[in-house]
Design a protein around this ligand. Sequence first.
Ligand SMILES: [Cu+2]
Length: 380
Amino acid sequence: MGKSDTDQETLSRRNFLAGTAVVGAGLIVAEMASTNAAAASAKTEQEIAALPRVKQEMVAPPFFPKHDQVARGGPTVVEVRLVIEEKKMVLDDNGAEIWALTFNGSVPGPMIVVHENDYVELTLVNPDTNAMEHNIDFHASTGALGGGGLTHVTPGEECVLRFKATKAGVFVYHCAPGGAMIPYHVVHGMNGAIMVLPRDGLKGKGGTPVGYDRAYYIGEQDYYLAKDEDGEYLKYDTAGEDYADSMEVMATLIPSHIVFNGAVGALTGDKALKAKVGETVLIVHSQANRDTRPHLIGGHGDNVWSTGSFTDDPQTGLETWFIAGGAAGAVTYTFKQPGLYAYVNHNLIEAVLKGAAAHFVVEGKWDNDLMMQVKKPTAI
Ligand SMILES: [Cu+2]
């Protein structure tokens, strides 16, 4: 399922640094600008057909697919395949369960990574083992309800949608089949994110290049489970059977669970995220339905694209940042101390009582200059 830690190492700075060398030379900057302009211009079907094609190997969150931080050439058609899976998932240690609606079997769905002005060619598959109609709305796309109007698939159908990724940033995608089914599908897990990198890579304030050694995708999910008279969460035999009960709880706007990556504890303990002192980590955090406010306890947001737009300069040195419901945001942080960090939704009730918390385990050498315990707790 998940990508191994070793694979994560392949997100090395090398590609990124190769890119920065390019941006450093004035002449080539001009050339790159004209390449970008050419990339942005509208293409004919023939021109698009002549573009190089690459198939993105999807991986389950919190990992990212392999990608270049700086584009190696001109626009590409990136083939993405999402298979819809309606599946029963356990949400917490008490056995609360939901018939989740998923892209590729995970909540959130997989991270997609392309560069600005690449074309995303999505094949959306709804196997006949499913019970419901689904579709997909890409906030990164332009037109037809984000593609939602062109991608309705009933069980046993598949479709192909192509869109041009004209906006650099991180964006939510989600199922939006219509009416009350829109929030129902979204709060049953049917959402994910896409990262559209600037062709010459991420940039900090004033255009300084920002690279990363590891990238993690955290999808925050609110669930609305109904209880019986005894206060036990109801269980169902099939997907969709909870519809009436679920709609009642949804109407209260009070989630039963608010979790990272599908379930309480999905990113803690032996599933904690890993990093080393000196490494820069990119975290993309999405919330398709509800506002959130991430905070890294014991660290900071070095560069924060709170709105998700890479067109704007990031904010720097933040303690806590805001991600609007229906959006994704990105942050980079270079770890400076080893140890255990909690990464939380800093509505701490939502983090601790509802489940919106992850852990980072960071290896490396402690820096006494930054912090030291001058005196251990002893009797006064
Ligand atoms: Cu759906």
